[in-house]
Design a protein around this ligand. Structure first.
Ligand code: NAI
Length: 646
C-alpha cells in the first residue's frame, strides 16, 4: 500500500523502517490525515506482522513537532467541542494500538520530539535519541491549556516515575538527548554517526524495558501516589491559579484518578478533555500559539540572512544583543569606546553560554564568534549594524554619520533607541531610508519580542530585511510605526503610571501587585517597575505621557538614586535578587480594573493610530512584550470577549 506521509523499507535485518515525511510540510506534525494513515499502517502490520518496526523522521527539521495545532486553532474558531474531543480521543486510541503490538517497535528520535511526537515515541517499546543540538523532548501541551492526552499522562510517569514526569508535563519544558537518557525516557543517546547501528542493535538485542526504581515505583504505582499528586498540586498552586490555568491541575487529576485514560472522566469533570477545551484559557492559549506563528510568518519569503552583525555600545543592551546573536551562530563584532567597557559584556556572554549550552565545544564556538572591536572596523563587513549607545540624539547622530561612511552600501543600519524619533536620528545620514529601529527588550535573552520600527523615512525593503533578521535570531518581530513608546512601552506606561498613582494614594505596593496578579499578569506593576529600573520607567513615562505629573514616590526614589532592583532599593528593598514583600491585604473592589483599564484604553488608541497594523499584532505585542495575561489572549481579544459575554 502507498502512503502519503510514510515511506516503508525493510532492511537486511528484517527491520521495517517507517520514514515519517508529512506531505507538503517542512515540519512533521501529527494532523488527522497522518494519524489516519498511521492507523492504516497498523492495519497492514496486523495482517502481515513485521519482524520489527523503527520510526524515523525523513525531515531535516526534526522528528515530530506534535499534533497539528492548526487543527485546534480552526476548531477554536468554530467552537466545535465535540470535534476537539474526538481529535484527542482518536490520537489516544491509535497510540494505544501501537503500544499494544506484539512486534518490537522503536523510535529513532532525530531532532525535536514534542507533544504528540514524543507520545508516539513513548508508545514504542524502545527509543534512541540522536545527541545533537536540535534534539529536544518534551510534552508542552500545558502551554496550550490542554494535556498530553495521546498517552503522555499515562506512559511518561510509568517510564521515569511520576515526580520527574510531572516536572516535564506541568511546565512544558524540554530536555536534550543526554538528559532524556539520564531520566530514562530513551534507552540510548548517541551521536548521529552511530544512530542507525544503535537502533538496529537495540531492536536485535531487545533489552528488557526500563524499570522504575523501588522508590519511583512506590511514588508512581504504590502507597505514595496520592502524596506525589498532592505535592504536585501544591507546587503548581505556587505558580498558577486554577481559575486561570486549569490544565496542570487536570493533568494531575487525570493521572491520579484515571491513569491518563482520556476516555474515563465524565464530560463535566474538570480533568475531561471537554472541560479543558471549553475553558476560555485553552482557546486563548491556542490562539496565542497562532499569534506567535503570525509574527514569524512576517519573515517568510524575505531573502536576507545576516552572516556578520556589528553592535555599537557594549552596555546593558548592546552587550546582550551581541551575545545573543553569537549564540545564534552569527559572527559579531562588538564596539565600545575602550576595551574595559567591552570586557563585562564578554564576561556576561560567557556566563550565559555556560548556562545555556553546557558543552565546552559549543561554548567555545559561541565565544569565538563574539569579537571585541575597539576600532569599529567590523562595521565595514557587517550585514547588520545595531547602535545601542547612550540615549542622546546628538551622540547617536554623530555615530551614524561615521558609520554610514564605513558600512557596506547594502548593510542595514539599525538603532535600539527606546524614545528618540527615528526621523531625527536619520537626519545625520546621507541616505536616511537606510535607518530602521530594531528595539530589543531587557533582559534580551528572556524577552521574545523585538519591535521593528519604521520611521517615515525608512524604506520598506530595509524594514523587511530587519524583520527577517529578527526571525533569524529566533525572536518574534513586531512591525511598529515610529511613535512615542512604539507599541510595548506605549501601553505599559499608562498601566505603570496608574499603579504609581495608587501608591501615592496610600495603597500598599503588595496589594497593587496582587491586584494585577489576580488578573493574570506574571508580575505586579510595582515589582515590574523596580525590575525595569525606575530611571527607565520615568524616561518612558516622559516620552509617552509628557503632560502627566510624575508620581511623587517615584520622584523621591529617583532623587535618592534608588532605581529599583539594580540598586537594591526601589519601591521594594531587594535582597539576593528578590523583592522583600509583606503579605498583601485583600484587593479592594475595582482595583484590578483601575490598573488594567488604562492599558486597554491606550492599546485601543495606539491601534487606531496605526502604531501596529493588525489587532492580532497588538495582542501578540502585549503578550510577548509586556507579559499581558496570555490566557486572556491579549488586550484587544480580552475586550472583545468581555463585550461578547455581556
Ligand atoms: P548603557 O549605558 O548600559 O550602555 C551604553 C554603552 O554605549 C556604554 O558602554 C558606552 O560606553 C557606549 N557608548 C557611548 N557612546 C559611544 C560611542 N560613541 N561609541 C561606542 N560606544 C559608545 O545603555 P543601555 O541601557 O544599554 O541603552 C542603550 C540603548 O538601548 C539606548 O538607546 C536605550 O534607550 C536603549 N534601550 C535600553 C533598554 C534598557 O532597558 N536599558 C531597553 C531597550 C532599549
Amino acid at each position: 500500500m502507498a502512503y502519503k506521509n510514510f515511506t516503508l523499507r525493510t532492511d537486511e535485518h528484517g527491520i521495517t523502517w517507517v520514514g515519517i515525511n508529512v506531505a507538503g510540510e517542512n515540519v512533521n506534525t501529527m494532523g488527522t490525515p497522518v494519524l489516519n494513515e498511521l492507523n492504516a499502517l497498523l492495519d497492514q502490520f496486523e495482517k502481515e506482522p513485521p519482524k520489527a518496526v523503527a520510526f524515523v523522521s525523513e525531515k531535516q527539521s526534526g522528528f515530530i513537532a506534535g499534533a497539528n495545532v492548526n487543527e485546534f486553532v480552526e476548531i477554536g474558531k468554530t467552537g466545535d467541542l465535540a470535534a476537539a474531543e474526538a481529535l484527542v480521543k482518536r490520537g489516544y486510541d491509535v497510540y494505544e494500538r501501537l503500544a499494544n503490538v506484539k512486534y518490537p517497535t522503536l523510535a529513532l528520535i532525530n531532532g525535536f520530539a514534542l507533544g504528540g511526537g514524543l507520545e508516539l515515541a513513548l508508545a514504542c517499546r524502545y527509543r534512541v535519541a540522536v545527541d545533537m543540538p536540535s534534539t529536544k523532548l518534551g510534552l508542552p501541551e500545558v502551554m496550550l491549556g490542554i494535556l498530553p492526552g495521546w498517552g503522555g499522562v499515562k506512559r511518561l510517569p510509568q517510564l521515569i516515575g511520576a515526580p520527574a514526569a510531572f516536572d516535564l508535563m506541568l511546565t512544558g519544558k524540554t530536555v536534550n538527548a543526554r538528559k532524556a537518557k539520564s531520566l530514562g525516557i530513551v534507552h540510548e543517546a548517541v551521536p548521529p554517526r552511530i544512530m542507525w547501528n544503535t537502533a538496529i542493535g537495540v531492536l536485535k538485542a531487545q533489552p528488557p524495558a526500563h524499570k522504575l526504581s523501588f522508590i519511583q515505583n512506590l511514588m508512581t504505582n504504590g502507597l505514595l501516589r496520592g502524596f506525589v499528586a498532592s505535592q504536585a498540586r501544591k507546587s503548581v498552586a505556587k505558580k498558577a491559579r486554577p481559575e486561570h490555568y486549569p490544565s496542570p491541575y487536570a493533568i494531575i487529576d487525570l493521572w491520579q484518578k484515571y491513569n491518563g485514560d482520556v476516555h474515563k472522566p465524565q464530560a463535566d469533570e474538570p480533568c475531561s478533555v471537554r472541560s479543558l477545551i471549553s475553558h476560555p484559557t485553552a482557546m486563548n492559549l491556542i490562539r496565542v500559539f497562532g499569534l506567535r506563528e503570525q509574527l514569524k510568518a512576517q519573515a517568510k519569503g524575505i531573502d536576507f540572512k545576516a552572516k556578520h552583525v556589528h553592535v555599537i555600545g557594549a552596555g546593558v543592551m548592546g552587550g546582550d544583543i551581541a551575545a545573543w546573536c553569537a549564540l545564534r551562530g552569527i559572527r559579531v563584532t562588538l564596539q565600545d569606546l575602550d576595551a574595559s567597557r567591552i570586557a563585562p559584556a564578554i564576561q556576561r556572554a560567557a556566563e550565559m553560554y555556560k548556562k545555556r549550552l553546557r558543552d565546552d565545544r559549543r561554548i567555545r564556538d559561541a565565544m569565538d564568534l563574539l569579537q571585541p572591536d575597539t576600532t569599529g572596523d567590523g562595521a565595514k563587513q557587517a550585514d547588520v549594524i545595531i547602535e545601542a549607545i547612550v540615549e542622546n540624539l546628538s551622540v547617536k547622530q554623530k555615530v551614524f554619520a561615521e558609520i554610514e561612511g564605513k558600512a557596506r552600501p547594502d548593510a542595514i543600519l539599525a538603532t535600539n533607541t527606546s524614545s528618540i524619533p527615528l526621523e531625527q536620528i536619520a537626519t545625520a545620514l546621507k541616505a536616511p531610508s537606510r535607518l530602521v529601529g530594531i528595539h530589543f527588550f531587557n533582559p534580551v535573552a528572556q524577552m521574545m519580542l523585538v519591535e521593528v520600527i519604521s520611521g517615515a523615512q525608512t524604506s520598506a525593503e530595509i524594514a523587511s530585511k530587519a524583520t527577517a533578521f529578527v526571525d533569524q535570531i529566533d525572536k518574534l518581530p513586531l512591525a511598529c510605526k515610529s511613535a512615542p513608546g512604539f507599541w510595548v512601552n506605549r501601553i505599559l506606561a499608562p498601566y505603570l503610571g496608574e499603579a504609581m498613582r495608587c501608591l501615592d494614594e496610600g495603597i500598599a505596593a503588595e496589594t497593587i501587585d496582587e491586584a494585577a496578579l489576580a488578573f493574570g499578569m506574571p508580575m505586579g506593576p510595582i515589582e515590574l517597575a523596580d525590575v525595569v529600573g525606575l530611571d527607565v520607567c520615568a524616561a518612558v513615562g516622559q516620552t509617552v505621557t509628557p503632560d502627566a505629573k510624575a508620581p511623587q514616590k517615584l520622584q523621591a526614589l529617583l532623587e535618592a538614586k534608588s532605581l529599583g532592583k539594580k540598586t537594591g532599593k526601589g519601591f521594594y528593598t531587594w535582597v539576593n535578587g528578590r523583592p522583600q514583600k509583606n503579605s498583601a491585604s485583600s484587593v479592594p473592589e475595582g482595583l484590578t480594573h483601575r490598573l488594567i483599564q488604562p492599558m486597554l484604553n491606550e492599546a485601543n488608541k495606539a491601534l487606531a493610530e496605526g502604531v501596529v497594523s493588525l489587532p492580532d499584532h497588538a495582542d501578540a505585542g502585549a503578550i510577548f512584550g509586556c507579559g499581558f495575561a496570555p490566557f486572556r489572549g491579549g488586550p484587544i481579544n480580552y475586550q472583545r470577549n468581555q463585550a461578547n459575554a455581556s
